[in-house]
Design a protein around this ligand. Sequence first.
Ligand code: HEC
Ligand code: HEC
Length: 320
Amino acid sequence: MSEPLPPTPGDDGDAQRIIFAISAALLVLVVTYKIGQSDAPVQAPVDQIAADAPFAPPAEDTIPAGPAGDAIRHGRMIFTATSAHAGQYVGNGLTCSNCHLDAGRQANASPMWAAWVSYPAYRAKNGRVNTMEDRIRDCFLYSMNAPASKAGTPPPYGDDIYRDLQSYFAWLATGAPTGKPLPGRGFVKLTATPLGHDPDRGATVFAGQCASCHGAGGQGQANPDGGYSIPPLWGPHSYNWGAGMAGIASAAGFIKANMPYGQGNTLTDQQAWDVAAYVDSRERPRDPRQTGTVEDARKRFHAKGDYYGTTIGRKVLGGG
Ligand code: HEC
Ligand code: HEC
């Protein structure tokens, strides 16, 4: 055994210092590179954050007393328990707030405070200027499948249902600016992915992330005393082929920000597109605009963006 050598210039100590210095330099480089690469938005100035923050509707317990408050409260009940309060015009198992979440308060789930300040407005879907009443009527006709309801139609124009829903929406929009698009209106718009969307890939996402609540057959969970604790996504008790949610881009935007329930923004854009394609390639109630054949209606109303009139499996979709 020889004695340990006395320290000499260029010993381990120096080598370690050099390695340390090189690693530190590399670390700085890597970190700088990562920051450069990061797609996290650069922190916005404070005044900009305030301007972009979604509008906050008033707290639930501030609905006033008296006749105006009664109309607001009744409108809210129609919105959150539509079958119980406007049942003769509902032809499926849904309620307005199944899609317009948190009783119409939730940004990026088509909130009603943002809708209220946006009408009257032209809509390409029906080619005319729509009042808020027209717009609500369309959600009864398609999303709530009114043709299969007891009345067979949406509420007639002038019905108190519209008055009270609008009282609720106007109250939600208390203090909101008009004539200015509000952040959080409608759904998020997802850009198309290079892979496109595919129902088969979506089936896997559905089985893993959605079926536990909505059921393997998309049928939701019915309450023993009527209604649903989890809404149906397709089949005879869901929205019909004319509904906005039957459009894959709309469904993808809704799902991305809001589903799985309570875990919005956890799916990748690809998963959101694929699972939307899966949900919207299942059969559902017929499009009330269809007067002739499915093929005619496909050309007139479904030229792009959904699976109506296409063949999935061995069946042409759209027969109801
Ligand atoms: C199956 C889901 C679904 C149900 C149920 C539903 N809606 Fe909608 N609603 C939509 C979609 C999709 C849109 C379009 C969202 C967008 O702008 O991207 C929409 C839009 C609206 C708008 C216009 C929003 C805006 O900013 O222009 C109003 C108002 C509205 N719905 C009211 C209702 C009412 C009232 C009910 C119940 C009677 C209802 N909806 C039920 C899906 C639904
Ligand atoms: C934890 C349970 C749960 C999971 C998991 C879940 N959802 Fe939902 N989903 C709900 C509930 C509850 C609502 C209605 C929300 C309300 O009324 O406030 C809903 C509403 C919806 C709606 C609008 C209403 C309708 O019936 O069309 C769609 C579309 C939807 N979910 C799709 C999905 C998809 C796709 C997945 C999987 C990525 C998913 N959900 C996962 C509970 C869930």
